[in-house]
Design a protein around this ligand. Structure first.
Ligand code: SF4
Length: 468
């Protein structure tokens, strides 16, 4: 891949919906496209920056350019009747309060928190839920710092979109460093903290350090991995290359490594073009030089990366740069899903074809994988049993770890785009884990099993654990 020299940039600048009209590129669009963009961006979040616009999008190739599709709102992202309603309001010059209330009504219908994120994953401490944390798998806690509830640019397919649109009860964040540390101190089965967002790398390093540094001290020996989920290496690689705060972050990586813990940057790259600039490659090199490991992941998305050759190039480029391909995800059942989703059968064909065409070093990637209510469900293959064509699934992670790696089967479909669209195979009326899952959810806690010992994680169950 040819590497393009990047323009020097020392200051991040966000462009949001109100800036659309003043972008020179916006005026290259025809009037219908402009109106569509204004209508859709009134409902779904829009945010980008000059690096994405000037260095990642090929404006001679719109509307097909993948990064344009990934960042700029498109007409098909809203159901037709909702789209027409928003257009009508804009054309009539409706007051912003009318626009906002119509947008909110639509947002609540777009499954803003898929896979039970709010109801079922929130842990408890001293009997009270801890907002801004999720504890779905026994060894990993996700933390959503308040200062990290935005991104350097928004992906139009984002399953976290609800957190960016300004409705308080759709937000999911915490500024409680003390509560995070208290919870982690008590739950010694947790080995990994995953800082997520939005994008935690929008935060200044002083904030990141406030959450992470105490975990390097005695009392947190069980926390062995610090993981940061981020798209900054793709959307704003300057975060790692320019200025004192970039250097400070690299020092934080060194401090994590000096404490004998893993500093893992899980970088979200959707398309090889995101690694085609000199600044993107410098960012990778600097993180690695500081001792950080970069693993990579992304969902497979129609209009952006739904071809085997794109994934093969992505994995090959990442591996050559010393990154570790980690996950290919299936687009989640939220937001503009109908615009972006790819049928599971096709996803599997693309994954297999891409995997066959790359060397063994790139085959660290796992997937294709759905983050479903029960766990991370991998599409393992398609086969025929007693004349019935079926999908073979396995959970890579499960709310109950005993479910992991146990194959289960669904009737084959060419069109299904998510697990819930499928019927269990062989005349069964449910998948093997469903009764247990319902019991776990109904009891208001998650229960996990490690080494044969039952462990429970939240309020009431914390008390039970002490008596185990
Ligand atoms: S960077 Fe991640 S959290 Fe931010 S918009 Fe994209 S997918 Fe969503």
């Amino acid at each position: 891949m040819q590497v393009r020299k990047s323009a020097p940039r020392d200051r991040y600048q966000a462009f949001v919906r109100k800036d659309l009209m003043s972008l020179s590129q916006f005026h290259h669009l025809d009037p219908d496209e402009r109106l569509a963009m204004l209508a859709v961006s009134a409902v779904l979040p829009f945010r980008t920056n000059p690096y994405v616009i000037e260095e990642l999008i090929d404006w001679d190739d719109i509307p097909d350019d993948p990064i344009y599709q990934l960042t700029f709102p498109q007409r098909g992202m809203l159901p037709e009747s909702d789209f027409d309603r928003m257009v009508d309001l804009i054309q009539r010059g409706a007051p912003s309060t009318d626009l906002k209330s119509a947008a909110n009504e639509i947002r609540y219908r777009l499954n803003p928190h898929p896979a039970g994120q709010i109801q079922h994953n929130v842990p408890h401490y001293k009997g009270k839920p801890i907002p801004g944390m999720q504890h779905k798998y026994w060894d990993t806690v996700l933390f959503f710092p308040t200062q990290g509830q935005t991104c350097h640019a928004f992906c139009t397919y984002c399953f976290r979109w609800a957190q960016f649109v300004g409705i308080e009860d759709l937000k999911f964040s915490s500024h409680e460093a003390d509560l995070l540390h208290a919870y982690l101190r008590e739950n010694t089965e947790v080995h990994e903290l995953l800082m997520t967002g939005g994008d935690p790398m929008v935060m200044r390093t002083t904030h990141l350090r406030r959450y992470i540094k105490p975990l390097l001290e005695p009392g947190f020996d069980h926390i062995r991995h610090i993981r940061i989920g981020t798209k900054a290496p793709a959307w704003w690689p300057h975060r790692f290359t320019c200025g004192e705060d970039a250097d400070d972050f690299l020092r934080l990586i060194e401090e994590i490594r000096s404490a004998g813990k893993l500093a893992s940057i899980v970088a979200h790259y959707s398309h090889p073009v995101e690694l085609s600039t000199s600044v993107a490659r410098d960012a990778v090199r600097r993180i690695q030089d500081a001792g950080g490991i970069i693993r990579t992941q992304a969902p497979i998305i129609r209009h952006v990366n739904n071809s085997a050759s794109i994934w093969a190039e992505l994995w090959t480029t990442q591996t050559a740069l010393g990154c570790v391909p980690y996950y290919m995800f299936v687009e989640r059942d939220t937001g503009a899903k109908d615009y972006f989703s790819v049928p599971l059968a096709r996803v599997l064909r693309i994954f297999r074809k891409a995997s066959r065409s790359v060397s063994g070093h790139c085959r660290t990637v796992r997937g294709p994988c759905m983050s479903a209510l029960a766990g991370k469900v991998m599409i393992d293959g398609v086969t025929e049993v007693n004349g019935e064509k079926v999908f073979v699934f396995k959970m890579l992670r499960g709310r109950n770890p005993k479910w992991e790696r146990k194959p289960f089967f669904a009737r084959y479909s060419e069109t299904a785009t998510w697990l819930d669209d499928l019927e269990p195979a062989f005349g069964q009326d449910k998948f093997y884990y469903e009764d247990e899952l319902q019991a776990l959810l109904k009891n208001g806690f998650r229960q996990s099993v490690r080494g044969g010992k039952e462990i429970a994680h939240c309020g009431e169950v914390s008390r039970a654990r002490r008596s185990v």
